[in-house]
Design a protein around this ligand. Structure first.
Ligand code: KIV
Ligand code: ZN
Length: 517
């Protein structure tokens, strides 16, 4: 069996999804979970892009020690210095430098000739190599590049010290056969290709990211770049879980395997979905809510007689088990602590105390407390720990079918003062949001509003996800509560808090800046 290394870019390419803005502690939580899942490399961010990205890469490098941590850099000394500094304490650092190689990118974005691009790439790899033994080089838009130019530039960056060569399908343009053939071409013609790992990185614009990645594996790549739930810019990246489970289920066909602990699949998917607010479609392969639901009578009959009739993936294989807690109303702090450990939650004492209070409150209202409930409450309590927040103090809503909804609510401001206001709206949620806007004295544009329940049953927790535009920043937020309206208010405030925290707007370096190495 060939070993395929998993390079997870959820925290870099995935975080580039519209409206996703993770807090540094949420990124760390995801990184710990990815390490538990067993990925080989975590691309933790793009340190030169913002102070927030730099600090989260630094924190992850310091705390996640069981896999390599990579940081992305354009081909400039400034970007490479930022990655070097952010990864200073990493157990196993990797600098990932890239430059575009397609005619359209070189001419219109970089304003460089192919020869200048080549020299810039070589200089960047040599520069990165001064600080780090492990240097990955990516040819952005490789699938729209001239193959012979790729042969030339790859040969040179390998001589300059690259250890991994990645050929991204940046715009999701290629097809399985074409992508496989590109790797075969490169393997046959680049004389020093045996000195590096080859890597595939696909985007899903035409819905072919997973199959293109699998085709690259068949053509000999030994690293795949993926994101949890396939999140990422535009239509997203290759879905980690789909590739991993395809390789596991069709080992006979692909003759390749990852080192992942597949039982962590569902937990990883849910954590990322909850923290990013990107809901997993019910029909998504492997991790969708309906992936194991059998509707037709013939199928149900078959599965009852023998699950293998219609189920090619055993639910336990990906960690899908019935998750009702063995603890409840009478459980104490010790039992909850054990449960947190089992769920892989790493909480500060203050966060744990908040969780315990929320757990006790929940057991008074809900018959069965599930692992998902605990996860939702834990995320809520880490949410509450974020600094300088507007917090919901109280909420009253008057609703009648034939009357205008009216809300009075109070918000605790970052300085500790509580402001009370009242407003009306066409519905209860609109009335709540109008009241919050009135308190802030500024417009907040609601772009998206979604609601779901954590588990089944009438007493399930409500999870609300919103996307807003505030201070020119698009930001998402989530709120969890027994009550739908309180969850709606919390989600709105969370999005506002995150927009205020988001420093990347002023810090972001224009993506089109010309390379200087
Ligand atoms: O899609 C892409 O080309 C990338 C590179 C920066 C690796 O994400
Ligand atoms: Zn990408």
């Amino acid at each position: 069996m060939r070993k395929i290394e998993v390079f997870d870019t959820t925290l870099r390419d995935g975080e580039q999804s519209a409206g996703v803005n993770l807090h540094i502690h949420e990124k760390l939580e995801i990184a710990h979970q990815l390490a538990r899942y067993g990925v080989d490399v975590i691309e933790a961010g793009f340190p030169a892009s913002s102070r927030g990205d730099f600090e989260s890469v630094q924190l992850i490098a310091r705390q996640v020690r069981t896999c390599s941590i990579a940081g992305l850099a354009r081909s400039t000394e400034r970007d490479i210095d930022a990655v070097r500094d952010a990864l200073r304490e990493a157990a196993s650092p990797r600098i990932h430098v890239f430059i575009a190689t397609s005619p359209i990118h070189m001419k219109h974005k970089l304003n460089l000739t192919p020869d200048q691009t080549l020299e810039t790439a070589v200089a960047a790899v040599k520069y990165a190599k001064r600080f780090c033994a492990d240097v990955e080089w990516s040819a952005e838009d490789a699938t729209r590049s001239d193959w012979d130019f790729l042969v030339r530039i790859i040969t040179r960056v390998i001589d300059a010290g690259a250890t991994v060569v990645n050929l991204p399908d940046t715009v999701g343009y290629t097809t399985p056969e074409e992508y496989g053939n590109l790797f075969r071409y490169i393997r046959e013609r680049v004389p020093n290709i045996d000195r590096v790992k080859l890597s595939a990185h696909c985007h899903d614009d035409l819905g072919m990211a997973v199959i293109n990645t699998l085709s690259a594996i068949q053509a000999g790549v030994s690293q795949v770049e993926v994101t949890v739930n396939g999140i990422g810019e535009r239509a997203g990246n290759t879905s980690l879980e789909e590739v991993a489970v395809a390789l596991a289920i069709r080992k006979d066909y692909f003759q390749a395997e990852t080192g992942l602990n597949l039982e962590q699949t569902i937990r990883t998917s849910r954590l990322v979905s909850k923290l990013t607010g990107m809901v997993v479609p019910p029909n998504k392969a492997v991790v969708g809510a309906n992936a194991f639901a059998h509707e037709s009578g013939i199928h149900q009959d078959g599965v009852l007689k023998n699950p293998l009739t219609y189920e090619i993936i055993r639910p336990e294989m990906i960690g899908l088990t019935s998750n009702v807690m063995a603890i409840g109303k009478h459980s104490g702090r010790h039992a909850l602590r054990e449960k947190c450990k089992e769920l892989g939650l790493q909480l500060e004492e203050q966060e744990f105390n908040r969780l315990f209070r929320a757990f006790k409150e929940l057991t008074g209202k809900k018959k069965e407390v599930t692992d998902d409930d605990i996860l939702a409450l834990a995320l809520e309590s880490t949410n509450e720990a974020m600094a300088s927040r507007y917090e919901l103090e109280f909420l009253n809503v008057f609703y009648g079918q034939d009357s205008i909804s009216t809300t009075t609510l109070g918000i605790r401001r970052p300085d500790g003062t509580v402001v009370r206001e009242a407003a009306t709206g066409n519905g209860s949620v609109e009335a709540i949001y109008n009241t919050i806007e009135r308190i802030l004295g500024e417009p907040v544009q609601l772009i998206d509003y979604r609601i779901q329940s954590t588990t089944g049953g009438q007493d399930a927790l409500a999870e609300v996800y919103v996307k807003v535009q505030y201070h020119g920043v698009t930001s998402s937020g989530r709120g969890i509560d027994n009550d739908v309206l309180s969850a709606s208010a919390k989600a709105f405030l969370d999005a506002i808090n995150r927009a205020a925290l988001k420093d990347r707007v002023e810090d972001k370096v224009a993506a089109s800046a010309a390379p200087t190495v």
